[in-house]
Design a protein around this ligand. Structure first.
Ligand code: 6PG
Length: 236
């Protein structure tokens, strides 16, 4: 796992604009190398801001040849405003012309009887259609240092033999979620943690100091970048 690198931007909007441009450039470069990149998206406010900026980035990237996955998803009805996939579709997947066959949503409570069934199905989906590695895994970070839906001191952090796990007691509502496990999240060339706001500053500092937080346990084989705004970086 690569050592973390830090990039600080003035504020959330500047952070979102910078990450959006870098994301499009990295995916276009992967395509130029003949790859069909797989991207794992995340939920949350800074991710949503990035998604909206991505839609406005002009590039020769062929979005129809990118595979989209999620690091986690809330186990709610398909059309719930809480769905990470719905927010990403509205913000950029639909506007840029993503191929529906390559948008791999995690199952909703309309599709599965239980969050455990949804997690099993997603694990199979990734094993059947996921590449051997992601090009980029994007992750927000909670004030407690969680990433995806892997929260501190939870047994889900130690699951090694599954791709995706059910979460039934998320401290961040809604309580039921599906999350990729750490081994699945770390099967990536690049891990990009995107963090905005003073309320994250302590978690950022603790994770980067090697503290025992989920955010300290993710990383890519080629790069691990913490994209921060000044507030989130203020305790470094
Ligand atoms: C989710 C996210 C979660 C999020 C962080 C940061 O589904 O809730 O995947 O891990 O990325 O909680 O969210 P904010 O950027 O909104 O603080």
């Amino acid at each position: 796992m690569s050592s973390p690198r830090i990039e600080v931007h003035d504020d959330g909007p500047a952070l979102a604009l910078a990450v959006a441009g870098l994301l499009v450039s990295r995916l276009a470069a992967a395509q130029a190398e003949g790859l069909e990149p797989h991207l794992a998206l995340t939920g949350g406010s800074i991710a949503d801001a990035i998604h909206h900026e991505v839609a406005g980035v002009s590039s020769d990237l062929d979005w129809s040849k990118v595979d989209f996955w999620w690091g986690d998803e809330r186990f709610v009805p398909r059309d719930s405003p809480d769905r990470n996939a719905g927010a990403a579709r509205a913000a950029f997947l639909d506007p840029v012309g993503a191929d529906p066959e390559r948008v791999h949503e995690i199952g909703s409570s309309d599709d599965f009887d239980s969050v455990a069934d949804a997690a099993k199905a997603y694990g199979r989906e990734i094993q059947d259609h996921g590449s051997e590695t992601f090009e980029v895994v994007m992750l927000g970070v909670g004030p407690d240092g969680h990433v995806a839906s892997l929260f501190p001191d939870q047994p889900t952090l130690d699951v090694e033999d599954e791709v995706a796990v059910p979460v039934t007691d998320s401290p961040k509502p809604p309580s039921e979620r599906v999350s990729l496990t750490l081994p699945a999240l770390n099967r990536t060339r690049a891990t990009w943690l995107v963090v905005s706001g003073a309320e994250k500053a302590d978690a950022v500092a603790k994770a980067l100091a090697g503290g025992d937080l989920p955010a300290a346990r993710v990383g890519g084989s080629e790069e691990t970048v913490w994209f921060l705004d000044r507030e989130a970086a203020s305790a470094l």
